[in-house]
Design a protein around this ligand. Structure first.
Ligand SMILES: Nc1ncnc2c1ncn2[C@@H]1O[C@H](COP(=O)(O)OP(=O)(O)OP(=O)(O)O)[C@@H](O)[C@H]1O
Ligand SMILES: [Mg+2]
Length: 335
């Protein structure tokens, strides 16, 4: 582990039901910098990120090998208290997940769990963290309104405030701006740049431009393997490996590992929708479904259905003369 490392990943492999999600990854993540994890869909970005705060523990049939040291302590050690690991390491997900309570209570939630507060102190803590998250001015007159009434961009900043109020040292973000409009995304990006003096930040992104804008350090994964990592300037300007060069130049062809096929040729209309919903219900989050149809409007209609259901369309394209396919990724089931 290097002196400047905050997190040290040592020969980490993660298996889902025997299938590798990341394989033998070894990398040090520098303290008080922004590290970006990049790579094509399914390459293991979220898996690697979630291994940093033991969020994978909740997955069924998951097996993990290797070590993740945070401040020199292996967080997978038997004697480690997972609650303390999570307190030290906050996670911002793709879709903001506000708690079904007021704006104020969302931010006060963590501090209330972790200690006793006088009313005035709690008000100060809430204000301070809403300010850091760049939300205070927009919500100060309606702190007791339900958080769900905020726009998506505001909700994401509220989640950031809620995470910061617990006093973490590390902030993880799994594509934290991908559900946001460009202006809200920029606001969040600016917050990260402001925060990096005080926190170690690790962001998953599949937007190369975002990685260029934000990252001090870059980790590039491909099909579960760590291909290349290094300081951003070096990584972007002088990549060492052919795969990195191809990826950065946009010549990269994405290869999706298809977990399930759904052939809907010969049928169309509402019954297809039922089949697609069933297929997505049946596969675990993270898996990839390929849907094939023989009518062009299917691309638009099915993509919309997949997205409305809270999943992700990775690709939608014509294949052959009369067929079209939609590659969809199952996201975590919405609660
Ligand atoms: N809960 C799970 N059960 C089974 N397989 C999973 C699970 N989560 C992820 N995987 C698989 O592990 C591999 C890595 O997935 P991961 O979600 O880490 O990729 P990713 O790089 O974050 O992709 P994306 O850009 O699409 O979010 C994929 O092959 C995926 O299908
Ligand atoms: Mg992911």
């Amino acid at each position: 582990m290097t002196d400047t490392a905050h997190i040290s990943v040592q020969n980490l492999s993660v298996y889902y039901d025997g299938q590798p999600g990341v394989r033998n990854v070894a990398v040090d993540i520098p303290r008080n910098k922004i590290t970006a994890i990049i790579g094509p869909s399914g390459c293991g970005k979220s898996t690697l990120l979630k291994s940093f705060n033991r969020l994978l523990d909740e997955q069924e049939k998951m097996k993990i090998k290797g070590r993740v040291l945070v401040d020199n302590e292996n967080i997978y050690d038997d004697k480690v208290d997972v609650t303390l690991v999570r307190k030290k390491i906050g996670l911002l997900s793709q879709r903001p997940q506000v708690l079904p309570m007021s704006i104020f209570d969302n931010v006060a939630y963590g501090p209330r769990i972790h200690g006793r507060w006088k009313k005035r102190e709690l008000e100060q803590v809430v204000e301070e963290h809403l300010r850091i998250a760049g939300l205070w001015d927009e919500v100060k007159t309606r702190l007791h309104a339900p958080a769900s009434r905020l726009s998506i961009g505001q909700q994401q900043r509220l989640c950031l405030a809620r995470g910061l109020a617990v006093g973490p040292e590390i902030i993880l973000g799994d594509e934290p701006t991908s559900a946001l409009d460009p202006i809200s995304a920029e606001t969040i990006e600016r917050r990260f740049l402001d925060l990096k003096d005080r926190y170690t930040i690790v962001l998953v992104t599949h937007i190369l431009r975002q990685a260029r804008r934000l990252a001090d350090y870059v980790i590039f994964l491909y099909m579960g393997h760590l291909i290349e990592h290094g300081p951003a300037e070096e990584f972007f300007n002088r990549p060492k490996y052919v795969k990195t060069q191809a990826y950065l130049s946009g010549k990269f062809i994405e290869e999706h590992k298809i977990d399930r096929e759904l052939d809907l040729k010969g049928t169309r209309g509402p019954e297809n929708y039922t089949q697609i919903r069933l297929a997505l219900d049946e596969i675990p989050p993270g898996q990839i479904l390929r849907i094939t149809v023989d009518y062009e409007e299917g691309i638009r209609e099915i993509s919309r259905l997949v997205e409305v259901e809270g999943h992700r369309v990775l690709e939608a394209k014509r294949v052959g003369k009369t067929n079209w396919e939609i590659i969809a990724k199952k996201e975590r089931s919405l609660v």
